[in-house]
Design a protein. Structure first.
Lengths: 227, 377
């Protein structure tokens, strides 16, 4: 059996105190493994973003444990969490969050730069990954010169260039038309299969189910049985 | 090469209006500090110009005297007493005092008469550009600076005038000898100076004391002070320091210049801080994305510090050019702005520090940014 890339056990998260106390997540158990694309589905306010933040080591759970590539994130300092993100996790955001002043190639190179990878080898990796998402001709373009679908492909290239074990995608198709949405999901699915990565896609869109190896529903902070 | 510089520079130059405002803040600040400090050093140099250009081991002045032009009355009889002190080789008296120079139209202009025994090595004019300083051996001859032609109503060697209603002839002309007061220096012989300032023949304003080759300056100075009361015996450095201290600090002139410089630093820091902060705030989601990517704090600080340094370097370069222009245009003025290479280096370091301090607010903002905000937009 494949070693889990991200493992959440009895994860809870609450906000506020007294009358303002809100429980966003309740005893969530979820395992993400390499080679698998998991779709996390749920209505607004169900706890999807909170769960994604915790699995992505951006938010600490108030209960339970999260292990990323065997490393527990409990009680870990923010700098250490940043290191875990840097080494093991790639993100794809709904709004792409590309750097407007950097070119396509520089946006992708930035992830490697943050990891201290520079020079010809980093550029070679960047070119290869941009070629794999069909953006070789756009390497010198700025994000504003790209369509939404192209921008999302840059974001995916950025998320995978450092070869993280897990890719966490937050509504990656929400801002795209159906053609670009389909293309994006095809790429994410290929990354899961061909690169043996654990891919988690958070979405509202049931059309994405066709790409899912697993579908996980979340409602009121709790996961419902998997399909 | 790291992308830190690329990201910092592009973020900085993206909003050209804001960048220009930031540069203007830095340039204003640095030029203000440069001018204030340049004036400070220029003023400081003018205060001590006579001391700086006189070769002597000790200055003897009366006990209450603070600076070269200050009223000082010493009996000429002191000369023999000074010569009798062990280690003293030569004693040269000098006279300094204010007098009235008559202008061609009959009006009067205040001058500082410097009486010297040029053959004995007294205070001598320097930078002589017309005539010779030796002309001061001829009674009734004066040496003036050419920058004062207008104020004195004369136009060069051979011109005649009246000082305290006594005729004088310009025997030589200097370039760049200016007093920090509005009164020009007028060099003349010792007796002439006494006549023009109303000083009796038995008085001098100062004595220059030169020591024997093996004599110890401090020991001789102490010997003089223990032998003669009511006087000060100062080395040139001590007299220079005493003069500067009086004019720059006891009169408040120096404090005003330093306060102006401090104001410049504060204004510059605030403007750069505001610019960096607003730039950081505008790119907050990008910084949050960097954090989400796992960028270390130091990587993010580098981006902001790099922006601050770019501001500093470009702003300083512009300010330095303006500074050099100011130096050029004030070189012949009554109040010179003196910018030395060391002042330039110190100002550059100050500008760098100012911009780095300005980055603190932006860094605090970024430190507090939650990487999870990238999931909410």
């Amino acid at each position: 059996m494949t070693e889990p890339v991200i493992e959440a056990a009895n994860v809870s998260r609450s906000y506020g105190s007294g009358p303002a106390w809100v429980q966003a997540l309740k005893d969530v158990n979820l395992t993400l493994s390499g080679g698998e694309l998991t779709v996390l589905m749920g209505p607004s306010g169900s706890g999807k973003t909170t769960l994604l933040s915790i699995l992505g080591c951006m938010l600490a759970p108030t209960g339970g444990t999260v292990r990323v590539c065997g490393t527990s994130t409990s009680g870990v300092r923010p700098a250490e969490l940043a290191k875990i993100r840097r080494q093991h996790i790639g993100f794809v955001f709904q709004s792409y969050h590309l750097f407007s002043t950097l070119t396509v190639a520089e946006n992708v190179l930035l992830v490697l730069d943050v990891r201290g990878e520079r020079g010809a080898e980093a550029m070679a990796k960047t070119k290869e990954i941009l070629a794999s998402v069909g953006l070789t001709s756009k390497m010198s373009s700025f994000p504003r010169q790209l369509s939404g679908g192209e921008q999302q492909r840059v974001a995916i290239a950025r998320a995978v260039v450092a070869e993280p074990s897990a890719i966490l995608a937050d509504e990656p198709t929400a801002a795209l038309d159906s053609v670009n949405g389909h293309a994006t999901m095809t790429i994410l699915s290929a990354i899961a299969k061909e690169r043996d990565r654990a891919v988690l896609v958070v979405t509202h869109d049931p059309r994405l189910f066709e790409f899912a190896d697993r579908i996980v529903h979340i409602q009121d902070g709790s996961l419902t049985p998997e399909q | 090469m790291s992308l830190v510089f690329t990201l910092a520079s592009r973020n900085l130059f993206q909003d050209r209006l804001r960048f220009t405002a930031s540069l203007m803040g830095i340039v204003f600040s640095v030029v203000l500090v440069m001018v204030q400090m340049g004036l400070y050093f220029g003023f400081s140099g003018m205060i001590t110009t006579m001391i700086d250009h006189t070769s002597t081991d000790l200055w003897i002045i009366s006990s209450g005297t603070k600076y070269f032009e200050d009223l000082s009355l010493l009996s000429t009889g002191l000369k023999d007493r000074l010569l009798a002190i062990d280690g003293v080789s030569a004693v040269v008296p000098g006279v300094v005092g204010f007098s009235a120079w008559s202008l061609p139209g009959g009006a009067m202009s205040s001058v500082i008469v410097v009486g010297t025994d040029i053959t004995a090595g007294g205070v001598s004019p320097w930078n002589v550009v017309e005539g010779t300083a030796q002309s001061l051996t001829v009674p009734g001859t004066v040496v003036i600076d050419r920058s004062q032609y207008g104020q004195l109503g004369v136009s060069g060697v051979g011109a005649t005038a009246l000082i305290r209603m006594q005729p004088v002839t310009v025997g030589a002309v200097t370039d760049g000898i200016r007093s920090f007061t509005t009164a020009p220096y007028v060099f003349t012989d010792l007796n002439g100076a006494r006549a023009y300032t109303g000083l009796p023949a038995s008085f001098a304003s100062h004595f220059l004391v030169r020591l024997k080759p093996q004599a110890n300056v401090e020991q001789t100075r102490q010997n003089i002070l223990s032998s003669i009361s009511g006087i000060q015996a100062l080395t040139p450095d001590q007299f220079r320091e005493q003069s500067r201290s009086f004019w720059l600090f006891r009169t408040g002139a120096g404090a005003a210049l330093v306060a102006g410089a401090l104001l410049g630093i504060i204004v510059g820091t605030v403007i750069v801080a505001q610019t960096l902060y607003s730039s950081t705030k505008e790119h907050l989601y990008e910084f949050a994305t960097l954090r989400a990517m796992g960028a270390s704090d130091s990587y993010i600080y580098q981006v902001i510090i790099c922006q601050a340094l770019l501001n500093a370097i470009i702003g300083f370069a512009i300010a330095a050019l303006i500074g050099f222009a100011i130096v050029h245009y004030t070189a012949k003025s009554a109040l010179q702005v003196v910018i030395s290479p060391s002042l330039i280096i110190e100002l550059f370091i100050l500008t760098i520090l100012m911009c780095i301090v300005s980055a603190i607010a932006a860094i605090f903002r970024v430190v507090r940014v939650d990487p999870a905000i990238v999931l909410t937009r």
